[in-house]
Structure formats: C-alpha cells, structure tokens
Write a protein that binds this ligand. Structure first.
Ligand code: AKG
Ligand code: FE2
Length: 312
C-alpha cells in the first residue's frame, strides 16, 4: 500500500522473499520489524504476492454487486456473534456501510451468507469470497507466527490459531453530498485479535502515530495492512500498541475495502514469558467474546483493560 507522512513510516515487510522461513536470517529480521511495527504503530504493511491481482479485482467486483442489493436484503445479515451483523445508515458516518461473512474459509460459511443475499445462489460470489478468505488466512497465519516468534512464544502459536475464527468484512463508502462529512469511519481500534485490511484503488485509510499524526495508507492489490487489535495488545501485556485508525474520504469517489477480522473463541492468557518487572501482569485470562458480548449488552464500548483487569 505504501504509506507516508513527514516523519513517520509504517514498516513495510516483504513477505514475498523466498527465504522467509522460520529459522532463516530473513525471518529473524522480519520478526524484529513486525514487533517494531506493532509496538510503534500498532500495524505494519505486508507485501504479499500470493493473492493474484485477478482475484483482488474479482473480490471488489463482487463487493460492488453485494452493496447494490436492496437495503432490506443486506440488513438480513444478522449474527448471534457480536460485531458480525450488517452495519450502516449511521447518522455520524453516513457514507459507511459494511457486511461480513462468518467462517468465510469454509464452504458452509461462504454458502450460508451467499444464499442469504442471493436466494437463487451466486456461485461466483461464493467462490471468490472463499478463495480470498483462504489466502488471507494464510497471510494471517504467517503474520501471527511472526508476532509470536518475535516475543519468543512460538510454542503458543498453534493453540492460538486453533481458537481463532474469522470474519471477512466488505466495506463501501459512498460519495458525499454537499455539506456531508468526509469522515468515512471515525477513529477507532479494532476489537479483534488482529485484522488485515486491503483497499481497492481509492485511498482513505489513515493510521495515527504515537504523537498524534495521521499517516495515509496507500491502496494496492499486493500490499495488506496488518492491524493489531485490542486483544493482541492485552495478550502482549501492553507491549503491542493497538492501532488507532480512521477512514477519511479525500477523493470523494465511492470507496471499497475488505478486512479479515480474527476473533478468539475461548479464553487466552498473557504468556508468562511476557511478564517481568518492567511489565507486571496486567490482565486476568482474556475472554474475547465475553468482552464483545458485555459491550453489546451495555450498548457502549468498554476497555479490555478494565474488563480483564487483575483485581487488586
Ligand atoms: O475501510 C477501511 O479501510 C478500514 C475499515 C476499518 O477500519 C474497520 O471496519 O474496522
Ligand atoms: Fe478498523
């Protein structure tokens, strides 16, 4: 995607290198950069060539056909999982709309969503969604492996993956009318373990630096922003800085993007390796969906820091 601001640069990590295998010098260096990206910016950009440009284009053509469906159809996407339903028609962010596919890497998950949107079926949409999700999950596995490795807890990576479930979210930001805000999506942190975002052609995504500057993330078919959500921040005992980001519609052209959002089905602990004098344990076991449900019930955000705080 490429990113810039006067002083800040989100680390760009080349995942296309042949030698990027655990144990190699390239791997060790990439892990250092990943950790630095997560601790300084809460994100990094992965240059990744395993997702064909044709598939990227098909996914965004599919996104367009999805958002062209009647609002009543799109609003049928509900889920018992918090954070997984149709979102849109908000007065504060009138340009924004989004829809997510639960368990998108599976035939069952991609079919369930597709048949809800197109009762007569839409095999092209289903297949495109599933293929993209599988490749994004491969990238996610690689990126999380690097995060775990960079903290010396690679032994815990497999069990974390086994508890992970995915949501593939499509985003549309329509053009604005005169006098409408250019804020596509307000500044927020993702309530995920980690997320991956890919923008199509039109820029808009911005990341906030530690000193409060906004850094533009440039769209590209071969570059993916790997975002630290609140949960990896807590898991790291506050070493990782969850990424603050927003969408600003500078170009006033319809903008599409996608995100792979990862959630933990169960309770995870801060690894004991990440607790020391400088970083005393700050979290009791973290119940990701418990936290999301709690926020849904109270209809207001509630920091994971408080929800999972160790009682004195
Ligand atoms: O549209 C984008 O580029 C980002 C969307 C986003 O940050 C979110 O939904 O959490
Ligand atoms: Fe986000």
């Amino acid at each position: 995607m490429g990113s810039q601001s006067a002083e800040h640069k989100i680390p760009v990590i080349d995942f296309t290198k042949k030698n990027l295998k655990p144990g190699t010098d390239e791997w060790v260096l990439a892990c250092k950069e990943v950790r630095n990206g997560f601790e300084e910016y809460g994100c990094f950009e992965a240059v990744y060539d395993k997702i064909p440009v044709d598939l990227h284009n098909s996914v965004f053509a599919a996104a367009e056909s999805l958002f062209d469906l009647p609002l009543e159809t799109k609003m049928q996407k509900t889920s018992e999982r918090p954070y997984h339903s149709y979102y849109g028609q908000f007065s504060v962010v009138p340009l924004y709309e989004s829809l997510g596919v639960d368990n998108p890497t599976t035939l069952q998950g991609s079919r369930k969503f597709t048949n809800l949107m197109w009762p007569a079926g839409n095999e092209n949409f289903r297949e495109t969604t599933q293929s993209m999700s599988k490749l994004l999950v491969e990238l996610y596995e690689l990126a999380t492996r690097m995060v775990f490795d960079s903290y010396g807890v690679q032994r815990l990576h497999g069990s974390n993956m086994a508890l992970t479930s995915y949501l593939l979210r499509f985003f549309k930001y329509r053009t604005r009318q005169p006098n409408e805000t250019d804020v596509g999506l307000q500044c927020h942190k993702d309530r995920t373990f980690m997320s991956i975002v890919n923008q199509h052609q039109i820029e808009g995504l911005q990341v906030k630096s530690k000193d409060g500057q906004w850094i533009d993330v440039k769209p590209s078919a071969s570059s993916f922003l790997i975002i630290a959500g609140d949960i990896v921040g807590a898991w790291s005992n506050d070493r990782v800085r969850p990424c603050e980001h927003q969408v600003i519609m500078k170009e006033n052209k319809t903008r599409y993007s996608i995100g792979l959002f990862a959630f933990i089905n169960g309770v995870i602990d801060v690894p004991e390796d990440l607790v020391d004098e400088k970083y005393p344990l700050k979290y009791k076991p973290i119940d990701h969906f418990g936290w999301l449900r709690f926020q849904e019930q109270r209809k207001a955000p509630y920091p994971i820091k408080v929800f999972s705080a160790i009682s004195e």
